[in-house]
Every structure is written in structure tokens, then in C-alpha cells.
Design a protein around this ligand. Structure first.
Ligand code: IMP
Ligand code: MG
Length: 179
């Protein structure tokens, strides 16, 4: 697996430190409130588990699965809901937790869809953000790191379902996905 890695972009300790900072910010913003956090499977799973354990609030977990990508490295622009949540979001304080904002298509679609369920508030938290790649305008409310236009894996992010378990955010060798 490591032979496919070009470089480490964000080492594990930096990721963990940033996660603690975001958690403190969320704690301050939602003080005294109950929070529903929606993990977008599968990419956000690792970030989600680290993040929720740093938040000292009444946090409820939900899981959704959406797909936009297939096995390639560029979006198809089309978003499919593979698994929805089955609890109501009406009147709840909701934070959607995602691995990365790339074209913005996935979250723009998802945010619009979830807003129709009348949550009290709806915010987006993402570990990574590639602002230079946007196809639709979209801004995350809590962003771990803005990164340049490189395909990354690890900390939950995959290429064709591989490398999710790498501890660091790593740049994949282009030869892996161009061959
Ligand atoms: P968007 O709809 O283009 O914003 O795409 C979001 C999804 O694309 C993410 O949830 C990831 O699954 C995937 N993605 C985008 N960039 C990367 C990357 O650099 N590495 C791994 N997955 C990525
Ligand atoms: Mg993915």
C-alpha cells in the first residue's frame, strides 16, 4: 500500500490537533444544546469517530451513504442516496460531517435535501476542502484543512475503496489512477 503513496500531505498529529480545535469550536457554538451529527459514509467515518469523541455535548449519531464518484477520481456530478436516515430532523441542530469538498456537487445536493426536512439549524463540517475544484458554489462551516488540487487518500478517504485506513492524509501517486 505504501508504495502507492507519493507523499504525506498532513501527518496524523496535525489532523488530530485540528480535530480538537474544530471540536472546541463546535462545543462553543452549540453550548447547552443537543446536536445531531450525520456521518457521510464511508469517507467521513474515520474523521467522524475522532471528532465526536472530542465534543463534550449531547451528541446523537446518524449515518447516511451517498455516492457521486464510482471508482474514478473526478465527479460524475450525479448524486445518489444509497442509505438515508430514518429519524426526523425537524427542529434539530444538525451537522453533516463529510471527508472532503471537491466539486461541491455532493454537499450542495445533500444540504438542499436536508434543509427541506426543517432542522433548527444545518451546518457542514469537512476534514478537507479543495476550493480550486468547485463546479458549484459551496462553503463548509467547519473546515479542517484547505488543500491544493491533488488526489489524497487516508483518514477515511479512498481510491477505489483502498487506502482509507492510512493514518495520515497522503497524496496518491498519479501512476496508480492513470494506469
Ligand atoms: P464532490 O461532490 O465533488 O464535492 O465530491 C465529494 C466526494 O468526492 C468526497 O466525499 C470524496 O468521496 C470524493 N473525493 C473528492 N476528492 C477526493 C480526493 O482527493 N480523495 C478521495 N476522495 C475524493
Ligand atoms: Mg470516496
Amino acid at each position: 500500500m505504501l508504495k502507492d503513496i507519493e507523499s504525506i500531505l498532513i501527518p496524523q498529529d496535525k489532523v488530530q490537533q485540528r480535530i480538537r480545535e474544530i471540536a472546541k469550536q463546535i462545543e462553543a457554538d452549540y453550548k447547552g444544546k443537543t446536536l445531531t451529527m450525520i456521518c457521510i459514509l464511508r469517507g467521513a467515518s474515520v474523521f467522524f469517530c475522532d471528532l465526536v469523541r472530542e465534543i463534550n455535548l449531547d451528541v446523537r449519531f446518524e449515518f447516511m451513504s451517498v455516492s457521486s464518484y464510482g471508482a474514478g477520481t473526478t465527479t460524475t456530478g450525479e448524486v445518489r442516496i444509497n442509505k438515508d436516515i430514518n429519524t426526523t430532523l425537524e427542529g434539530k441542530n444538525v451537522i453533516v460531517v463529510e471527508d472532503i469538498i471537491d466539486s461541491g456537487c455532493t454537499l450542495a445536493f445533500l444540504k438542499k435535501m436536508l434543509e427541506q426536512r426543517n432542522p433548527a439549524s444545518l451546518k457542514i463540517c469537512t476534514l478537507l476542502d479543495k476550493p480550486s475544484r468547485r463546479k458549484v458554489e459551496f462553503k463548509g462551516d467547519y473546515v479542517g484543512f484547505e488543500i491544493e488540487d491533488k488526489f489524497v487518500v487516508g483518514c477515511g478517504l479512498d481510491y477505489a475503496e483502498r487506502y482509507r485506513n492510512l493514518k495520515d492524509v497522503c497524496v496518491l501517486k498519479p501512476s496508480v489512477y492513470t494506469k
